[in-house]
Design a protein around this ligand. Structure first.
Ligand code: APR
Ligand code: PHB
Length: 396
């Protein structure tokens, strides 16, 4: 048995949740170690959504992570909804006074990794067979092995930031956890290309052939998605076939003016709504994708992860530095209130914009009526806008 080392918080997973938690804890003088199954290059190679709510931007700014985001992030004042051959703008600023920032999750992860390196925070990459022990007692422990051998880490708390397929949630006894899940019957086929975005703002398109989304990473790099069947394989889609299908699902102006080019990444992502309750088990806390998944329509995943981590960092700092359990006792309930609202919005926006063959012709008519109502009613547009830009925190 190797000699145990000690830290205050053992963090499982070096995605945005784990890295941000490590950053916030470090700033408050709380010692932490991150254990990540993959290499840093692998983590940075994952391409995910890229729309940041104002509260996410503010937190990154306030904690010294905003410099590159300020330079390279694209501030968007609204989005467009496309249906019936025309586009309709939802003006976030006019409706809510707020904006969103388009800045890829990969870039956020990059900035977090750089910050961690700069303060000398420890991240163990390629940590294999990470196992959690005794988190329902007072002396939790994490074990793993890597190229250097077997390791034991004693700690006060464990943060499970290891995503949907991680070990943290899987290690909780089935009787202590309730899960809620919907798996959609379709996926998103996405491509990244070094072409200018078709329009300065995002376009969410409802079309009889299926959903399409025009997004971007920079003024010269576009990210596009089309709804596809989950049985399809990405190799079945040539770039030409993708561009043709995308253009068919957009309004004539967008289809004509779109600049196309070779894809630099192409992949299919499944869509899922998932929540695990509660998010705390003794001295183990789940955060981000380890506890919940939203379908990507509306780009809530990263923002929800940041909201969890904000609550968790404050709660752990209170518990360790001030010896108060108030924050950790309320952690799960506080997060879940926000989580369910984002689950509802992401499900609703998915239902409104995608093709659901099982709902038939009446389903399409009802979607169209709701879209007409959404873009013509101030109340309905405001409800959509306030969810998209991010609901306010109840405790701030
Ligand atoms: N041991 C150690 N690390 C693990 C293990 C394990 N057994 N299993 C998974 N991990 C790592 C993964 O390799 C990954 O780097 O945990 C990390 C989890 O990162 P994410 O999946 O990015 O989850 P999270 O940090 O919560 O980020 C949430 O990601 O999926 C998007 O939409 C979501 O944007 C949101 C964000
Ligand atoms: C993206 O840019 O990848 C993106 C944007 C908005 C979404 C989902 C994904 O709703």
């Amino acid at each position: 048995m190797p000699t145990p080392r000690r830290t205050q918080v053992a963090i499982i997973g070096a995605g945005p949740s784990g890295l941000l938690l490590g950053h916030l804890l470090h700033r408050a003088g709380v010692d932490n170690v991150i254990l990540e199954r993959r290499s840093a290059e692998y983590v940075l190679g994952r391409i995910r959504a890229g729309v940041l709510e104002q509260t996410t931007v503010d937190l990154l700014e306030e904690t010294g992570l905003g410099a590159r985001m300020r330079r390279e992030g694209l501030v968007h004042d609204g989005v467009e909804l496309s249906f019936g051959g025309a586009r309709h703008r939802i003006d976030f600023v006019a409706l809510t006074g707020k904006r969103v920032t388009v800045y890829g999750q990969t870039e956020v992860t990059h900035d977090l990794m750089d910050a961690r390196r700069a303060f000398g925070g420890e991240t163990v990459y390629e940590a294999l067979d990470v196992a959690l022990h005794d988190f329902d007692g007072v002396t939790p422990r994490v074990t793993w092995h890597d190229a250097r051998g077997e390791h034991v880490l004693d700690c006060d708390f464990i943060a499970g930031c290891d995503g949907y397929h991680g070990v943290s949630r899987a290690g909780v006894p089935a009787a202590s956890i309730e899960t809620y899940e919907r798996v959609y019957r379709f996926g998103w086929l996405g491509i990244l290309s070094d072409t200018p975005p078709v329009s300065p703002e995002l376009i969410y398109s409802n079309h009889a052939r299926g959903f399409a989304l025009c997004s971007m990473r920079s003024p010269t790099r576009s990210r596009y998605y089309i709804q596809c069947s989950i049985d399809e394989h990405v190799d079945q889609w040539s770039d030409d076939a993708f561009w043709d299908e995308l253009r068919r699902r957009l309004d004539p102006h967008a289809a004509e003016t779109m600049v196309i080019g070779p894809s630099i990444e192409k992949s299919i992502a499944p869509l899922r709504s998932f929540v695990a309750e509660p998010m705390r088990f003794g001295r183990l806390f789940l955060a981000g994708d380890a506890a919940h998944i939203v379908p990507p329509t509306g780009a809530k995943g990263l923002n929800l992860a940041v909201a969890d981590v904000r609550y968790l960092a404050n709660a752990l700092i209170e518990a360790l530095a001030e010896r108060s359990n108030a924050g950790i006792d309320h952690y799960s309930e506080r997060c879940l209130r926000r989580v369910w609202k984002a689950e509802r919005f992401s499900w609703w926006f998915t239902s409104l914009t995608h093709r659901f063959p099982e709902t038939g012709a009446i389903g399409q008519k009802l979607q169209r009526a709701e879209l007409d109502y959404l873009v013509s009613s101030h109340a309905a547009s405001t409800a959509m806008a306030e969810n998209y830009v991010g609901l306010p925190f109840e405790d701030s």
